[in-house]
Design a protein around this ligand. Structure first.
Ligand code: T6T
Length: 331
């Protein structure tokens, strides 16, 4: 793990947390049962609970909260988007846990709801995604994420190698305004432009985090560009759809596929050959670090303002030795 340390300085004297203990359930607002004394509570608000990247992050956070004696709950919308996520932010603010881990679904739309949460006295750790200037503005105490620009560059290098540095490729992404997937797309297109003059990059298309839409984008693009050689799928559900689409059009092995993340269906597709390489993150570590940082803030210890977790490239050649990077579908 690469730690970029910029110390915010000691948090104030930790005050007794009036937080909430609540059932850990995805897709429902947590109940609010007050806890008193030095017992702290933390809630993780996922980008979407229908995604095993966040399932794995949840498992790490839950494990660390238990280790630190914190009450833990997990919640979030079952589909991606600020309109879906904001009601969960508001109900968690009302439940008033001592701290929150959150993966904001939009760099702008979540600013005001997170400001309200901060003003309620809740310590906030951004995990995976962030809002614009979340830490710099003081809304969040820390931001913990992969180096997504580097991840996009690594995806470009892996895809270029698969197509012998020549041909036509494209990015299928989620939607603009997501800090992580925007950075991946930027890293990919910058790397292609800088290092691979014989590779044409088609305009990026967006699936709004729908595997079905990703599959139909792949199929329509291939019909319009029969010489398509490669795809970069920028997240879990996009990868799932691209893999399905490649299989549907009978282009397994013809269209090379590099995808972000390493959830169980991605690993199965890697083994079957419909995905050629995965850029895997460390979501469990993000969850562990996030809980650790809010606990440090609550107990008056120094906080690390920015933490970059690791990335690895998984292929059929090294897959057997990379199982520790596979995401999980339950804890
Ligand atoms: O790729 C991850 C996450 O890093 C990104 O911010 C949103 O999509 C995922 O959750 C995977 O679907």
């Amino acid at each position: 793990m690469i730690r970029k340390i910029s110390i915010i300085g000691l948090a104030g004297v930790a005050i007794a947390a009036a937080g909430c203990g609540s059932s850990s359930s995805s897709g429902t607002s947590p109940s609010s049962t007050a806890t008193v004394g030095k017992h702290y509570s933390v809630t993780f608000i996922a980008g979407t609970t229908g995604d095993n990247f966040y399932t794995t992050l949840n498992c790490g956070a839950k494990q660390e909260a238990a280790k630190l004696g914190m009450t833990y709950s997990y919640t979030g919308a079952s589909t991606w988007g600020a309109p879906q996520q904001i009601p969960y932010v508001q109900s968690v603010t009302a439940a008033h846990p001592s701290a929150v881990l959150i993966a904001p679904t939009d760099v702008t739309a979540l600013i005001a709801p997170m400001q309200s949460m901060k003003q309620a006295g809740i310590k906030i750790a951004e995990v995976d995604t962030d809002i614009t200037n979340g830490v710099e503005s003081g809304v969040a105490i820390t931001s913990i994420s992969s180096n997504n620009l580097l991840g996009g560059q690594e995806a470009a290098d892996a895809l270029a190698k698969l197509i012998n540095d020549k041909g036509t490729v494209m990015v299928i992404n989620v939607t603009a305004g997501i800090s992580t997937t925007d950075a991946r797309q930027q890293g990919f297109t910058q790397e292609m432009a800088a290092k691979y003059p014989n590779i044409t990059v088609l305009p990026t298309q967006f699936d709004n985090d729908s595997a079905t839409t990703a599959a139909s984008i792949l199929e329509s693009t291939y019909a319009a560009n029969p010489g398509l050689n490669g795809i970069f799928a920028a997240n879990v559900l996009t990868a799932e759809g691209v893999s399905t689409g490649i299989t549907h059009v009978g282009a397994t092995g013809t269209i090379k596929d590099v995808s972000f993340d390493a959830e169980p269906t991605d690993i199965a597709a890697l083994k079957s050959g419909s995905i050629d390489a995965l850029i895997a993150q460390e979501p469990a570590t993000e969850g562990i670090d996030g809980v650790e940082q809010v606990y440090d803030a609550l107990t008056g210890k120094q906080v690390t303002a920015s933490i970059a977790t690791g990335l690895v490239t998984i292929t059929a050649a090294n897959e057997a030795s990379m199982s520790k990077y596979f995401y999980v579908s339950s804890c």
